[in-house]
Design a binder for this molecule. Structure first.
Ligand code: AMP
Length: 280
């Protein structure tokens, strides 16, 4: 694996590949890698001639400075994992490399940026769009791989690609889970043993809520989630919503004609976790 921290050097390397018509696959990450990230690398390797992973903890997408400060950083372990996964290129830019000028564009994604994650993390998606547009301009991939754990982010990135006319296929990949069902996340390592035990209840509650909403409607499912969570003083619910899977607009009821998705965000202690399940 070749590691670059300078944009010009990465660009020169990739330009040679482009001339040879090698398909470039790209997996942007914030590091603290786990098997979920590596699954994206694998999807890219299966479809592309060369796979580029980036590790960059993007300060602009953190609306909470405390969250940014405690975000896990494990570069040595990340490099070993990527080498083992046969990733071809790792790009680890400095903040000054990505944001040389302190000029930040503002995007308008309409309602999509104001709901769910956008509502609870103001400015988050604007920060995501700023870094993704820069990384896409630098790497110029043919395909970019994102996890559907960050479901709303995938829709935002697809909208960004349309807005800025990038010729890049955005590929949404399934959520990888721990054996007990908890969605893999870089933040899971920040949980205490007791918090980790509580976090394993999230997928159990979600599956039960989906059964309830199919039988008794969405309002009952919401009541069920609030009641379960209220029994644990260290868990704070931010949202549990059931939305259209194609545009995340809230659903009043599920129907056979519209694919739905149930999404949750909550704090376990001080750690914010998100998850989602498609409503079949
Ligand atoms: P992050 O490092 O958290 O910014 O994540 C980088 C990419 O990995 C994003 O596209 C995430 O959606 C994806 N990702 C994170 N967790 C998982 C997971 N459990 N399964 C699949 N993809 C994931």
């Amino acid at each position: 694996m070749i590691i670059f921290d300078k944009i010009a050097e990465l660009d020169a390397f990739l330009e040679e590949k482009r001339k040879l018509k090698v398909t470039i696959g790209f997996v942007p990450t914030m590091g603290a890698l786990h098997a979920g990230h590596l699954s994206l690398i694998n999807y890219s390797k299966m479809a592309c001639g060369i796979t580029v992973c980036s590790i960059f903890v993007n300060p602009n997408q953190f609306n909470n400075q405390e969250d940014l400060k405690k975000y896990p950083r494990t570069p040595k372990e990340d490099i070993l994992m990527l080498e083992k996964a046969n990733c071809d290129v790792l790009f680890m830019p400095e903040v000054n490399g990505i944001y040389p000028e302190k000029v930040f564009e503002t995007y308008n994604f309409g309602e999509l940026e104001n709901i769910l994650e956008g509502k609870y993390r103001p400015g988050h998606f604007n920060g995501v769009a700023q870094v993704v547009s820069r990384l896409f301009t630098i790497v110029k991939p043919d395909k970019a791989y994102f996890g559907s754990k960050d479901y709303q982010q995938v829709l935002i990135v697809k909208a960004l690609v349309q807005k800025l006319n990038f010729n890049i296929d955005i590929i949404s990949c399934p959520i990888l889970r721990e054996p007990d069902g908890l969605a893999m996340s870089s933040r899971n390592v920040l949980l205490s043993v007791e918090e980790r035990r509580l976090a394993s209840l999230i997928p159990i509650w979600m599956k039960e809520a989906i059964k309830i909403l199919k039988r008794n409607g969405i309002a009952m499912a919401k009541t069920y989630i609030s009641q379960e969570i209220s029994q644990h003083a260290s868990i704070q619910l931010e949202y549990f919503e059931v939305c259209r899977a194609d545009n995340l607009m809230p659903l009043d009821e599920v129907s056979n004609s519209t694919k739905g998705i149930a999404l949750i965000a909550l704090y376990v202690g001080k750690i914010r976790l998100i998850d989602n399940f498609i409503v079949e």
